[in-house]
Write a protein that binds this ligand. Structure first.
Ligand code: ATP
Ligand code: MG
Length: 445
């Protein structure tokens, strides 16, 4: 290969890859809408302090993965490695934290991390995410998880994905747990990786998240938070699980799931799969009650998640069909005028249609086949004179001459309008999803 190449760890989304990606985002946009989330778009870069402050100076993201540079004015800016910090910054800088809460937010977009590229791990990747800003109740934790689960169901990938659930407790729980972890890992200090020896000083909880094989063996035997939970923290966790049962979301306890930063508390979770090799986490989140205050806003409890679009797209069983435009084919330049008129009429009626810009009849028909057209509408001199067109069904080669009233039926016969109908039915089914509910559950326990 020669010439310009994309930057290492970035890739182009074209054809199948784009449609899979787009389908994930559109499905998430639709489902989060059913849960009353509004979509926000924040800038792709922020002042470096937005991330340095929120992600903590010991996290991998901040120490190794950020794309940070000085702009021409000498300010340090960073391409966003994730979107929660940007959403919280937006909540605070737009004065929204003082207004009616909770705000329920959805986002989708590219993120940037300087990581070693491999399958399912890129330097520019894409996330969708949901944040409930300003809700302290366990129902919020359960509902935002249920929303994530419904996206996975709607994508048809829920049977290979498991929700792993944990709690980090409240501050007293975590302080007691941290002390227990420090004691345990200090006793095994020389077996820890170099990174985890540093974490032991600064943020021992993060050791639980280590990908180092030696660390993992130690972590397997480490104490869990459950002996250290305060009664209030234990009750919060129980309430989240009770609500998850009501939402019909299955889960598995995993005491190793952590979010290593101080402002995280209570619920921590990951949706994981064994279908993607080492990159098995598709969605991850938790409660972050301390973050808004950390960023200069009022105390505002929040919970949310982020999911990797690239990994979700990889899991899809089927690639969504491309649009198959009807080919409008003037036999010679003389029929280009009527052809353009017909094109615009079809498009106004919602029928995708396209035209080749040059070539004889044969060349234009070749193009129609190449772009997957189900039908071609051919217009020659005699057709213009008689006010008719020839509709050719490109799957079986049959054709008929029809006047304008016969056009849509002829396209339907070639499968064109059918495909449109199918898509409409699918959209209606999506819209109807939200109406189903179980009646057999009582709210009392
Ligand atoms: P990992 O442990 O895989 O590095 P993480 O803990 O860094 O993940 P989060 O910051 O929680 O990931 O991001 C949420 C999700 O975004 C991940 O579960 C994953 O699906 C996706 N993701 C994170 N980093 C990348 C990347 N470099 N390329 C592709 N997807 C990613
Ligand atoms: Mg990572």
């Amino acid at each position: 290969m020669s010439g310009m190449q994309p930057v290492r760890g970035t890739r182009d989304l074209i054809g199948d890859a784009f449609r899979r990606h787009h389908h994930v985002i559109e499905t998430a946009r639709h489902v989060t809408g059913l849960y009353g989330l509004e979509e926000w778009a924040t800038p792709i870069f922020e002042a470096t302090s937005v991330f340095a402050r929120t992600l903590g100076d010991t996290s991998d993201v901040v120490t190794k993965e950020m794309y940070t540079f000085e702009d021409r004015g000498g300010d340090s800016v960073t391409l966003r490695p994730e979107n929660t910090a940007g959403i919280v910054r937006a909540l605070v800088s737009n004065g929204l934290a003082q207004q009616a809460l909770p705000r329920k937010v959805f986002y989708a977009g590219p993120m940037f991390r300087y990581e070693r590229p491999q399958k399912g791990r890129y330097r520019q990747f894409h996330q969708i995410g949901a944040e409930i800003l300003g809700a302290a109740e366990p129902l919020a934790d359960a509902e935002v998880i249920a929303c994530g689960w419904q996206i996975l169901q709607q994508l048809g990938i829920d049977d290979g994905v498991v929700l792993e659930l944990n709690t980090l407790g409240d501050t007293p729980s975590r302080d007691a747990y941290r002390a227990a972890l420090v004691e345990y890992f200090t006793a095994h200090r020389d077996q820890l990786s170099e990174d985890s020896q540093k974490r032991l000083e600064k943020n021992p909880l993060r050791i639980l998240d280590s990908k180092d094989a030696g660390d993992k063996a130690l972590v397997a035997e480490a104490p869990t938070i459950h002996q250290h939970l305060t009664p209030q923290a234990a009750e919060f966790h129980t309430a989240v699980k009770r609500h998850l049962d009501r939402f019909g979301v299955p889960y598995r306890d995993n005491p190793r799931i952590v979010r290593g930063l101080d402002y995280y508390s209570h619920t921590a979770f990951e949706f994981v799969t064994d279908r993607l090799g080492a990159q098995g986490t598709v969605m991850a989140g938790g409660r972050y009650d301390g973050l808004v205050q950390e960023m200069g806003g009022p105390a505002t409890p929040c919970v949310g998640w982020a999911a990797g679009v690239d990994r979700l797209a990889e899991l899809l069983e089927e690639t969504p069909d491309p649009v198959r435009p009807v080919a409008v084919v003037p036999v010679s330049e003389a029929e280009e005028g009527p052809a353009v008129e017909l094109l615009q009429m079809l498009r106004a009626a919602g029928v995708p249609a396209e035209i080749a810009y040059k070539g004889n009849l044969k060349k234009r028909m070749e193009r129609a086949n190449r772009v997957g057209s189900q039908a071609a509408i051919i217009i020659g001199e005699s057709e213009v004179a008689e006010g008719v067109v020839v509709v050719r069904n490109l799957s079986d080669g049959t054709q008929e001459r029809v006047g304008m009233p016969g056009l849509l039926p002829a396209l339907a016969a070639a499968g064109v309008v059918d495909a449109m109908l199918e898509q409409m039915v699918e959209e209606m089914e999506l819209a109807a999803e939200g109406d189903e509910f179980d009646e057999d559950e009582s709210d009392e326990e």
